[in-house]
Ligand binder design. Structure first.
Ligand code: URA
Length: 215
């Protein structure tokens, strides 16, 4: 895992994430393989992002003797995919934390202002919980910032909010860190820049379209 110029950002640049992300970026990769890879990438990124979760001691009996083990209270975790591309990531986190609760934030980009407008929001209790917000592409950072706003307004504290993405643009990290310097961001790649249509370069195109084969 690599630290970047932003202290809130961790780049999960493991050989496995580099390998899988290269296949995801390739236009030859179809939606089935893309979905499977996004799931696997999420497992690998979430593995790193969950490092700071607290454990509590439990007494168990092994076949040999009694011992004190450690467990995570995964009921105290909430996963919030940003619709729609974040849906491709939530199964991955849920595989690792099967008792986590799941909320959803739906945002679309206003045609004129280019700013995110909330069209759907269903958030379970997030007070005193660890919250993992999911969106594969952290592009302008506007949707990401808006989603964090919503989660904070629901009662979560920034120190316990983790934003997980697959690819990030420097512009998006700047925006998210400026608005929410107290959260942590995990990504597999910090790409070069945004293009004039706010797509990440080199990126992987529209993640929602790649997942669900929207023409
Ligand atoms: N959203 C995407 O799906 N792709 C981008 O490149 C930017 C935002």
């Amino acid at each position: 895992m690599k630290k970047a110029k932003w202290e809130q950002l961790m780049i999960v640049d493991h050989p496995l994430t580099k390998h899988k992300l290269t296949i995801m970026r390739d236009t030859q990769t179809g939606p089935k393989e893309f979905r499977e890879l996004l799931y696997e990438m999420t497992l690998l990124i979430a593995y790193e992002a969950t490092y700071q979760l607290k454990t509590h001691e439990v007494s168990i009996e092994t076949p040999i003797c009694r011992m004190t083990g450690e467990k995570i209270e995964d009921k105290d975790v909430t996963i919030v995919p940003i619709l729609r591309a974040g849906l491709g990531m939530f199964e991955g986190v849920l595989t690792l934390l099967p008792n986590a609760s799941v909320g959803y934030v739906g945002l679309y980009r206003d045609h004129d202002t280019h700013l995110p407008i909330e069209y759907y929001c269903k958030i379970p209790t997030v007070q005193e919980k660890d919250v993992f917000i999911l969106d594969p592409m952290l592009a302008t950072g506007h949707s990401a910032s808006k989603a964090v706003d919503v989660i904070k307004q629901s009662g979560a504290t920034g120190e316990r909010i983790f934003f997980l993405s697959i690819i990030s643009a420097p512009e998006g990290i700047d925006e998210l860190v400026a608005n929410h310097p107290d959260i942590k961001i995990f990504t597999a790649s910090l790409d070069e820049r945004l293009n004039e249509r706010d797509y990440i370069v080199p990126g992987l195109g529209d993640a929602g379209d790649r997942l669900y084969k929207t023409p």
